[in-house]
Design a protein. Structure first.
Length: 240
């Protein structure tokens, strides 16, 4: 009974059948997405891409009167925002935003992240760069000591694919072309396996400088400011 009450207090929506079981990964994602609403100020916000960001968009719909609109980090996010009646604004018309809310594929306690599992890394990085605060929303499975178990996505101009892949091998990685996938910007993605990223800022800088690379999915130079981590015991807030 006490546990049931705790689950309600922590914001997990449980039906009768699920009352005694642990929250699922989706429930943890939903809880962190709902917690992010407390970080949404009046005005315009940036919105990320992925399943956790989708839960955030669905929650945002409930308070849409509080904001003037959102800048989307992908076509998919723009469509979902519009379906909820949330105005989607052009970043060039907006300039700076107070907050950007997005998920991550991996995040460390120092708030460096790997992003781009959904392929939206370039627009995500651009929108994040225009936000004063990055609020990362993810379940506890995304917290790691060292980045790199999740293959690092690198968006590449198609004609540079082989050249960039050879350079990434020299850096110790095993790049694999994401087949059947084109980014919103018309480019391809190399997913780099086998990296043990001990210095994310240095590696981000090095890969950024390769000719033909559009964006590397390391978010270390512009890391998260707050991590709302969905856990089995509720949402924990980690800060830098
Ligand atoms: C998309 C991303 C996502 O934030 C990342 O892949 C996490 O997605 P999910 O919330 O579905 O686990 O970077 O490009």
């Amino acid at each position: 009974m006490r546990r049931e009450k705790a689950a309600i207090l922590m914001g997990f929506a449980r039906n009768d059948k699920e009352k005694t079981s642990m929250p699922t990964q989706d429930e943890m994602k939903q809880a962190t997405a709902r917690a992010a609403l407390d970080h949404v100020p009046a005005g315009i916000i940036g919105v990320g891409t992925g399943s956790t960001a989708n839960f955030f968009i669905d929650a945002l719909a409930g308070i849409k009167g509080r904001i003037d609109g959102a800048v989307a980090s992908s076509v998919a996010t723009a469509e979902r925002l519009k379906r909820h009646g949330i105005p989607v604004l052009d970043l060039n018309e907006v300039g700076e935003m107070a907050v950007y809310v997005d998920g991550a594929d991996e995040i460390t306690r120092h708030m460096a992240m790997i992003k781009g599992g959904g392929g939206a890394l370039t627009r995500e990085k651009i929108v994040a760069a225009c936000a004063r605060r990055f609020v990362c929303i993810a379940d506890e499975s995304k917290l790691v000591d060292v980045l790199g178990k999740f293959p690092l996505p690198v968006e590449v101009i198609p004609m540079a694919r082989s050249y960039v892949a050879r350079q990434l091998v020299k850096l110790g990685g095993n790049p694999v072309l994401r087949t059947g996938f084109t980014t919103d910007n018309g480019n391809v993605i190399l997913d780099v396996h086998g990296l043990n990223i001990l210095d994310p800022v240095a590696l981000e800088t090095e890969i950024n400088q390769l000719v033909g690379v559009v964006t590397v999915g390391l978010f270390a130079r512009r890391s998260a400011d707050i991590f709302l981590m969905g856990t089995r015991d509720g949402v924990q807030t980690l800060t830098r």
